[in-house]
Design a protein around this ligand. Structure first.
Ligand code: PHE
Length: 337
């Protein structure tokens, strides 16, 4: 390797750079990510320790020589192409500062979290790869029960899957904490669904859990009612429809009055005046028992919402795929948000 390094060093010393094009060629050949220098550093890593000192010295000389050449050529040639104003012109408009922006999903998730924090909820986290127990069995999904098909699952093997909802975190909390429990679980979830303007194979949820003595459906309604008013404005109306989830009884889905038409009917709400935003219900006794909480002593409610859905409603986004495409024409609209 030593000979090779010396040869390269000699070569570099002989090179003269005469134009901005030649500078680019030189930079690409020697100094780019896949350039000769990067290759040499990789090779150097494999060299035996006894020779590393010698080789390292040579390699450094090559690096310095290359950098100096690039610097000199940059000074020589890029100056000539740029027109430099001789005096400062204070009337010139300044270049817009390009700074990063928060992704709209992050922004909305934070907003949701802050609203529930004000109501005394803590924030909990859990793994995205889950066992059958946490994602299904503890939540009262019987083995081979068709309810498991409600959530098309990516199985890793028979017992392990990518979580289909953050209800799995609820189980972990119920197993590990004594009531009263008041917590929300934001996170990414996965479902084997085809990708379209309304669904994706992964999305984000915020689920919530409240367990204490004498918790009733009225508490659930009031909590979610306050959330909606703060998130979407005090003119937003709410309605609950009966529904089914294996882990809650009774279960409901909550709709809000359509933000686009105010309830009079439009394409977004399919002319019904209402849009669904979350699932909820009183925690099923079996679930409490599975987590060693006595249902005679404690009751509780749970709810779960999709962050994408809330964001789409709030910002009138019609295609969910834009959240995952990283197109700055879309993301740039949230500057200052
Ligand atoms: N886990 C449900 C889902 O992902 C949402 C939900 C949570 C429903 C809690 C009721 C209670 O669809």
């Amino acid at each position: 390797m030593k000979n090779k390094l010396e040869e390269i060093k000699n070569n570099i010393e002989k090179i003269t750079i005469n134009s901005i094009e030649e500078l680019e060629l030189f930079r690409n050949k020697y100094f780019s990510k896949k350039g000769i220098l990067a290759e040499l550093f990789e090779e150097f890593k494999q060299a035996p320790n006894e020779v590393k000192k010698d080789l390292g010295k040579l390699l450094n000389q090559i690096k310095i020589e290359t950098e100096t050449k690039i610097q000199k050529a940059t000074d020589n040639y890029s100056k000539k192409t740029k027109k430099k104003p001789t005096k400062k012109d204070k009337t010139l408009t300044i270049d817009k500062l390009l700074s990063g922006v928060r992704h709209p999903l992050t922004k909305v998730e934070k907003e949701i979290i802050n609203i529930f924090k004000k109501q005394g909820f803590t924030v909990s986290d859990g793994p995205e790869i889950e066992s059958d127990w946490y994602n299904f069995s503890a939540l009262n999904f019987p083995q081979n029960h068709p309810a498991r098909d409600m959530q098309d699952t990516f199985f890793i093997d028979k017992e392990i899957a990518l979580r289909t909802h953050t209800s799995s975190v609820q189980v972990r909390i119920m197993e590990n904490q004594k009531p009263p429990i008041r917590s929300i679980m934001p996170g990414r979830v996965y479902r084997n669904e085809s990708i379209s303007s309304r669904s994706n194979c992964y999305f984000h949820q915020v689920e919530g859990l409240f367990i204490d003595k004498d918790v009733s459906f009225v508490d659930l309604k009031q909590t979610l009612f306050s959330f909606v008013k703060e998130m979407f404005g005090s003119n937003t109306n709410v309605r609950f429809r009966p529904s089914y989830f294996p882990f809650t009884e009774p279960s409901a889905e909550m709709d809000i009055s359509c933000l686009i038409c105010g309830g009079s009917g439009c394409n977004i709400c399919k002319h019904s005046g209402w849009v669904e935003i979350l699932g909820c219900g009183m925690i099923d006794e079996n679930v409490l028992e599975n987590c060693k909480i006595n249902p005679k002593e404690y009751t509780g409610f749970a709810f779960g919402m999709g962050v994408e859905r809330i964001t789409m409603l709030k910002y009138n986004v019609k295609d969910l795929r834009v959240f995952f495409q990283n197109d700055i024409r879309f993301l740039g609209q949230f500057i200052g948000e």
